[in-house]
Design a protein around this ligand. Structure first.
Ligand code: SF4
Length: 221
C-alpha cells in the first residue's frame, strides 16, 4: 500500500522532470567533497568552491590532505561557513588516510552499515551527508532524507512531523524496492519539486503532486 503511494509519487515527479542525472560530479572523490560542502548552502555556491579547488589542482585526496586549513578555507569560501567546512573536509581526509591510505575506492568493499557508522563517527558528518556519500559515491541502497523529503511527505500525510531522520529513512527503505538507482533518482526529484513548489509556503498550483491528497500546515517544516 505504502509502496504504491510512494511509487505513484515517484512516477508523477519523474513524468514531470525526467532523469536528474545526480550526482553532478567528476568521480567519487568529488561527490564526497560536494556532499560535505553542500551542507547549509545551495549547489551553485558548491560549484564555485569545487571550481576553485580544481583550478588550484587540489581536487585529490593527497592535495587536500596536505593543504593548510587556512588555504583550503579560502578556496572553498564560496560554499559558506568555510572555516567550519574546511575543518570537516580535513576530518574526512584524516579518516581516509588513517583508515584507508587515502584511497576512496578502498571504501567500496566495506559493508554499508559499517561504512555508515564510520562516516557518522567523523565530526561534522551527519546522517544526510553520510547517506549522500553512501548513495551517490558508493551506490548503496540508502535513502537520503532532507527537509524537502520531510515537508513533501508530511504534507501528503505519509509521515508524522515528529518522525526523526532514521524513522523517515526506514519508511522509504522498507517501502520501496531495494534499488539504489531508484533511490538516487527519487531523492533528486524530491529536491527539484521542493525547490520549485514545496517551499515553506507551498505553491501547490501546478505542482506535479497537486492532485494527490495533501494538507498544508504552515507551522510544520
Ligand atoms: S507544493 Fe503542494 S502539491 Fe506540491 S508537494 Fe507540496 S504540498 Fe504537495
Amino acid at each position: 500500500m505504502e509502496t504504491d503511494k510512494l511509487m505513484r509519487i515517484y512516477q508523477l515527479l519523474y513524468d514531470r522532470y525526467g532523469p536528474q542525472k545526480w550526482w553532478p560530479a567528476d568521480g567519487r572523490f568529488e561527490v564526497i567533497i560536494g556532499a560535505i560542502l553542500t551542507q547549509n548552502t545551495n549547489w551553485k555556491n558548491v560549484e564555485k568552491a569545487i571550481l576553485n579547488l580544481k583550478q588550484a589542482n587540489a581536487m585529490t585526496p593527497t592535495s587536500l590532505h596536505i593543504m593548510e586549513p587556512e588555504c583550503l578555507a579560502q578556496l572553498i569560501r564560496p560554499a559558506g561557513y568555510y572555516n567550519i567546512k574546511a575543518q570537516r573536509l580535513k576530518n574526512f581526509l584524516n579518516f581516509l588516510f588513517t583508515e584507508y591510505d587515502g584511497e576512496v575506492d578502498r571504501l567500496e568493499t566495506i559493508p554499508t552499515d559499517q561504512l555508515r557508522n564510520q562516516l557518522l563517527a567523523i565530526k561534522g558528518i551527519g546522517a544526510e551527508t553520510a547517506d549522500s556519500i553512501l548513495l551517490y559515491a558508493y551506490n548503496r541502497e540508502v535513502f537520503v532524507v532532507d527537509t524537502y523529503t520531510c515537508r513533501i511527505f508530511f504534507r501528503h500525510l505519509l509521515i508524522e512531523p515528529e518522525g526523526g531522520y532514521e524513522q523517515v529513512r526506514y519508511f522509504f527503505e522498507s517501502s520501496l524496492p531495494d534499488d539504489s538507482d531508484l533511490f538516487n533518482e527519487y531523492h533528486a526529484l524530491l529536491v527539484q519539486a521542493g525547490k520549485e513548489y514545496c517551499k515553506p509556503k507551498a505553491k501547490c498550483n501546478g505542482c506535479p503532486l497537486e492532485k494527490l491528497p495533501h494538507e498544508i500546515d504552515p507551522l510544520a517544516y
